[in-house]
Design a protein around this ligand. Structure first.
Ligand code: COA
Length: 705
């Protein structure tokens, strides 16, 4: 029987902590954790537990958890793996609420069974496990440092959740060196019980946390994580650094959707959909989080660049395009605002170029003009070292500008470039918790992140557009394949299923003899297409199993024989059901639409440029399901070939609405029919507006039973 979960607040704000395995030896992890708890200024009750008893760091040591007199919020378990279960049992008997299992030696080394046993016992007794295989947890609110890190964590407003232990420990030192204040730092290790989503539920409510940084290697229960993130990113920015971008795992998948959906592509798409900002490196992640935790949200999309260097201004303009920062380009308005403060030889077009001759007074005047104008919502302030501008005045100028902008709730990013004196200024400003970047791209990337967050927050969430399908009838089609011990549908079954999904396919019949092939062709009407139907041949074109544009009875007869011959040569023992004869579909724009049940994120959909070169072009995009019409349109607009749908070189636009409907219907099918793992339509041929889209081929895979 499971008991309700304890309040997650008690993990971050424990009133009492027991350290099981608190060691007398200052070199051991169990000693260092106790030392950090004490030196972090923790005010609650501390219970070191060690069978030897005695005293450690001035604390009286209890020989067993059972000796603890009152309530116990948090246990930190630091004993070798084979003692952990007994220790967890004792903690549960003491009604402890949370248990940080620092110990290694579980699923990360193949000992998954013991890990499951520990978690099952804990959950049955109302206790939640963080870990195992973690370095612990720091919380600025408590405050408490239950880690074996170097200590000296700077309290602040960035929360960090990390799956990597060593990297996480190193982050403690690095954040202090980089003047990044931390509100919470949590190591999730093997995520046997609590995972990122559970922790974020607390962090979103924590007033100390202004931004959340996650370092993720692998995802568990991705569908739940996405659901939580979608909610959280409307209130606080979340930045994710994900390692493991390999496509290796996906390469062996049976469908294009599977092999194209390299785990990282799906992860990236799903995170974007959830409003999460993706950082490519730890440095970028730190920059973004630090900036986002200190800045206010812009009130609109107009940015100006104020610079004393033309070149650096152009670089920033390029960076704005890359990171999606839109520059105010109302020339008249810019002249009104900046004309009075820009020298005659400068430029009031955005970038506002004060030129290398600008003094600190001119520079300050231009920044003040930008601050005071309601037409400007964010500023990129660039400074190049010159003899005209006293470098000693840079720190006070930036500090006062920063304070004024913060008070006006208008975002500003600074970038300064020059020699040693500029680096000294940057260092001094960092101590005042003001970030100044020595690289323009880093500065603009932060503003770009802020704008992505702003757009996500200001775009109202729409309910999913799900199409109610006849799931029972779909299951009935699946049952036929199951009876035949297949995990895929044959052509005629796929056609029936596509009919139920509501994506039209051309008329077709399966011929088992030459005579049948001719009869079907004459019934359907020329021209026809013929394709091999075999449970052993998934890639029909590759096996020479497809013939197009057959116009006469003789061509059908030749093609029938050639297809069987080619298929047998390509896959010698292939079991062949027959040859499918179908109506020849008029040419149009060939697209691919797929849906699959992803191991990490649950149902996802894929859209892209289709046809036989789909794997070469890899012009595809993904979304998690459920999704709405607007998200489908965004997903479609992401592919490089999207202009082809809008019509190029005088072509009429394609029937985008029909493609949207096909995607929504396929997405609904994968949600409503549990037996189906993959649906792939390739090609889905899109015609001109009002003329629809037709699925030419559909591959449908079933879950193994
Ligand atoms: N209850 C309480 N204390 C116990 C105990 C129990 N059941 N069994 C042993 N202890 C005490 C020991 O007496 C010892 O104290 P002492 O040094 O004063 O004698 C202390 O607990 C530690 O036990 P020990 O056997 O010396 O283990 P250890 O300190 O060498 O290693 C771990 C314990 C948990 C640190 C180790 O097993 C481990 O997993 N290390 C990897 C941790 C890690 O890297 N985690 C991931 C980080 S990202």
């Amino acid at each position: 029987m499971s008991t309700p979960s304890p309040d997650i607040r008690r993990l971050f704000e424990p009133r009492s902590i027991a350290v099981v395995g608190a060691s007398h030896d200052p070199e051991k992890i169990g000693h260092k954790i106790l030392q950090n708890i004490i030196s972090s200024g923790y005010k609650g009750a501390i219970y070191p537990i060690n069978p030897k008893g005695g005293e450690i760091l001035g604390q009286h040591v209890l020989t067993a958890l059972a000796e603890i007199p009152g309530e116990l919020d948090l246990v930190c378990t630091v004993v070798p793996a084979h003692y952990v279960f007994d220790s967890v049992k004792a903690a549960a008997q003491q009604q402890a609420k949370f248990n940080l299992v620092i110990s290694s030696g579980f699923s990360e080394v193949g000992n998954s069974e013991e890990e499951r046993r520990i978690v099952a016992y804990a959950r049955e007794h109302g206790m939640r496990i963080l870990g195992p295989n973690i370095f612990g947890l720091y919380s600025a609110t408590a405050p408490v440092d239950v880690t074996f890190g170097p200590g000296g964590i700077l309290p602040g407003h960035v929360a960090i959740i990390t799956q990597s232990g060593a990297l996480g420990l190193a982050m403690i030192g690095k954040t202090a060196a980089e003047n990044i204040g931390i509100s919470a730092m949590v190591s999730v290790g093997n995520k046997a019980d609590l995972n990122e989503a559970d922790l974020i539920e607390y962090l979103v409510e924590d007033p100390n946390t202004h931004s959340i940084l996650m370092y993720i290697e692998g995802v568990r229960d991705g569908a739940h994580m996405v659901e939580v993130l979608k909610r959280v990113t409307r209130r606080k920015p979340v930045v994710v650094i994900k390692s493991g971008r390999s496509r290796r795992g996906a390469a062996a998948a049976a469908s294009h959707t599977g092999s194209l959906a390299g785990s990282d592509d799906v992860f990236a798409a799903v995170m974007r959909q959830a409003g999460v900002l993706r950082a490519e490196s730890i440095k970028e992640g730190f920059n973004l989080c630090r900036f986002l935790s200190r800045t206010s949200v812009p009130q609109g999309g107009n940015t100006v660049i104020v610079t004393n260097g033309g070149g650096i201004g152009v670089l920033a303009t390029d960076a704005c395009e890359k990171y999606g920062v839109s520059l105010l380009d109302d020339v008249q308005r810019l002249q009104e605002i900046f004309g009075p403060v820009t020298p005659d030889f400068g430029s009031t077009k955005n970038p506002i170029d004060l030129t290398g001759g600008a003094t600190e007074t001119a520079y300050e005047g231009a920044l003040a003009a930008a601050l005071e104008s309601d037409a400007i919502h964010a500023v990129i302030a660039l400074y190049c070292e010159t003899a005209m501008f006293d470098a000693d005045k840079l720190t006070p100028l930036i500090a006062s500008t920063h304070a004024r902008y913060a008070a006006a709730k208008k975002p500003v990013v600074f970038s300064a470039f020059g020699g040693g004196s500029i680096d000294d200024n940057i260092g001094r400003l960092a101590e005042k918790k003001i970030s100044v970047f020595d690289d323009v791209y880093e500065a603009v990337a932060c503003l770009g992140g802020l704008y992505r967050y702003y757009h996500h927050r200001t775009t109202p969430p729409l309910p999913p557009d799900e199409v109610a399908l006849d799931a029972a009838a779909m299951e009935e089609v699946v049952r036929g394949a199951r009876a035949d011990r297949r995990t895929f549908l044959l052509a005629d079954e796929a056609q029936r299923l596509m009919g139920l999904i509501g994506v039209p396919m051309p008329q077709s019949r399966v011929a088992r003899t030459l005579e049948e092939a001719v009869a079907h062709a004459e019934q359907i009407g020329y021209p026809v297409v013929m394709k091999i139907v075999s449970r052993d041949i998934l890639h029909k074109s590759d096996a020479g199993g497809v013939a197009l544009d057959l116009e006469t009875r003789d061509e059908v007869m030749d093609a029938y024989q050639a297809i069987l011959r080619n298929a047998r040569a390509a896959v010698p023992n292939a079991r062949v059901t027959g040859v499918e004869v179908s109506e020849m579909v008029r040419r149009g724009l060939e697209l691919i639409v797929g849906a699959r049940r992803d191991a990490g994120f649950g149902p996802i959909v894929m859209f892209g440029l289709g046809g036989i070169y789909v794997e070469v072009m890899k012009d595809i995009s993904f979304r998690s399901v459920p999704l709405n019409r607007a998200e489908v349109l965004n997903m479609m607009a992401e592919i490089r070939a999207y202009p082809l749908l809008r019509g190029v070189r005088g072509e009429d636009p394609k029937d985008i609405e029909s493609v949207v409907n096909a995607i929504l219907r396929v997405a609904s099918a994968i949600r409503q029919c549990e037996s189906i793992t993959d649906i792939e339509i390739n090609p889905l041929v899109a015609y001109e507006e009002g003329q629809g889209a037709r699925a030419v081929d559909a591959r449908i895979l079933l879950a193994k039973v």
